[in-house]
Each structure stands twice: as C-alpha cells, then as structure tokens.
Design a protein. Structure first.
Length: 326
C-alpha cells in the first residue's frame, strides 16, 4: 500500500523540502555571520556628533578601566576621538593609565571616577553624586566592563563564603545596573547614546565551579536584551549592546595572544565595530563567534557538558597549584 502523501508530496518529496529548509537556514546563518563580522561598518561615529555645539566634545565612561579589557576600551575610544572617564578603585593605577593615554593622545581629556564597585551599591547616594559631579560633561557612551569580586575563580559553590558571593554579584551585576540607572538621565538628555555591557561566554555555558560569576554574566546578557527593548519601547535613541566574550589576553589573565585569544586592545576594537549592528547581544570578536556560536554551542548537550567539565577541572587544578606555590 502506498504511504499517504502530505500536501501532495510523497515521502521523498517531504525529505527534499525539509532538506531545502535546513540548507536555507544554514545559508542564512552563514550570510548573517559574514555580514556582521566582515561587511558591517561600525557606527560609533554617530555618538561623536552633536546638533548642539555648546555640549562640547563627546565623552565615554569606562568602568574597570585600570587594566585589561577596560583599559583596551579606553585606548580605543581615545584613538577614535572620545574623551574618557576612567573608573576604578585604585587611584594610583588610574593615574598611571591617564598619563599613558595623554602621552599617546595629548589632545584628549581624561577624568577619573574612583569608586569601589563592591561597596558603591551599598549607599544609593554614591552613584547619584558621581553622576551629578560629571553632569557637565557631554556623556554619550557607557562601557560597563567591571566584573569579578571572587577570591578564586574555580571553586565549588559549597566552598564559597557568603561575603564572596555577595561581592561578586555586587561587582558584576548590581554595580553596572545601578551605574547605568544613575547615568541614564544624562544619556537620554544627549541622545543618541550608547550603553555597552561586557558579558562573557561562560554566561551561555554549563560551566562548573563558576556558577556565581557565570550567573552574574548571564544576568548582564538578559539586562542588555531587555534594556535595549525598553529604549525602543520608550522611543529613545539609546543603543544597548551586550558583548559575549571568549578568552582575552590581559594582565590579570596572562595568556599568549593568538587568533582565538586577542589582546584587550584588539578585542575592544572588534567590539566597537559591532556598534550599530542592530543586535542587543553579540559575539564581539569573530573567531569567538566561530568557535563558540558556530561550533561549541551547537554540540549535543552531553558532549558540551563533558568538554566544559574537562576544561574546568584543568583550570581548577592549575589555580590550586598556583595557590600552593604562593
């Protein structure tokens, strides 16, 4: 007996249609990847423009700017014509970064915002006062980069202390949220404006031993998506861009640079090219997008978990061995 046809198609015809749909989907994703990472031209320049000359030059606030990715963003923003507010908790480190930036870009202006992200959220007036103190500047960009707060990264949750958990959530999730809230009126006043939230690929992975940190980063991704939608719903010209990040070579995470491990400056340059891409969360560096978005995230769940567990155990062993040597 012949099998019943579906919509007039025999079984081979149905398979052909399904195969065509699958191939079309793959081609769409490939075309989207190529356009985003190789054809799209960043629109950072629109945040330097102003219809009101009395506002003066545009400023960008970078949190966690004394080292690593934050410093890379500060360097790249100076290169592209922005004055920069450097945030950190160590005045000496911030002064060193400011001196280095002014030596390379003497025409720029650099301000400092000295706040401990772990404690600034305890007093609701702290960030409001900071926003008021800097209200005379033509602030157009916020880079929420600061994160961390853990004594050790690869540690089982049962061995975390309550204060360590609270500190990590305060630094990585609470502080960027409160800072954005405090400075958002200034951005709305000077639209168009840009908010960049630096997330992490671990917020998308089932990574053991870093549940608190990964959870906080996953919050950053959701915060970016929802705030981006809120800005559109309210009719504001404020772009919100969340960044997914793989491994980056920094002073705090010393690694040899490679095509898969960029320097902080290279990563920041790639991230700023994503501005104006029309997405609220994106892999900022194309090799990371290929490595994680194209390969790792599409693995069967059990294979992905086995691979991540193996990597996490290795990193945990390295961290424990380094702790014993100190």
């Amino acid at each position: 007996m012949k099998m019943q046809s579906l919509f007039g198609l025999d079984p081979l015809g149905i398979l052909a249609v399904l195969g065509g749909i699958w191939a079309t989907t793959r081609l769409y994703h490939l075309a989207s990847f190529v356009h985003l990472h190789f054809l799209h031209r960043g629109r950072l320049h629109r945040y330097k423009q102003s219809t009101d000359s009395a506002l003066g030059s545009s400023w960008a606030l970078v949190t966690g700017a004394s080292d690593g990715i934050g410093k890379g963003f500060a360097e790249e923003l100076c290169e592209q014509g922005f004055n920069v507010i450097l945030h950190g908790r160590n005045v000496a480190k911030l002064e060193t970064v400011r001196a280095a930036l002014l030596k390379l870009w003497p025409e720029r202006q650099i301000e400092l915002l000295v706040l401990d992200a772990a404690t600034a959220v305890d007093d609701p007036t702290t960030l409001a006062a900071a926003a008021e103190r800097l209200s005379h500047l033509n602030l157009r960009i916020i880079i929420n980069n600061v994160a961390g707060g853990l004594d050790t990264l690869w540690t089982p949750l049962a061995k975390r202390t309550p204060s360590e958990i609270t500190r990590c959530l305060a630094v990585t999730a609470h502080f960027p949220t409160q800072l954005t809230c405090a400075f958002l009126p200034a951005l709305l006043k000077r639209q168009p404006a840009l908010i960049v939230n630096v997330g992490s690929g671990v917020g998308e992975l089932p990574a053991p031993y870093i549940a608190v940190y990964a959870g906080a980063k996953a919050y950053n991704h959701a915060f970016s998506r929802c705030l981006a939608t809120e800005m559109r719903a309210e009719g504001h010209d404020v772009e919100v861009l969340g960044l997914l990040v793989g491994m980056v070579a920094t002073h705090s995470a010393p690694r040899a640079t490679s095509p898969l491990v960029p320097s902080a400056r290279v990563f920041a340059r790639s991230a700023l090219r994503m501005v104006g891409c029309g997405r609220s969360v994106v892999w900022a560096y194309w090799p990371h997008a290929l490595q994680f978005g194209g390969l790792v995230m599409n693995l069967p769940r059990w294979i992905l978990e086995m691979a991540v567990i193996g990597i996490a155990r290795k990193e945990k062993a390295i961290e424990e061995a380094e702790a014993k040597e100190r």
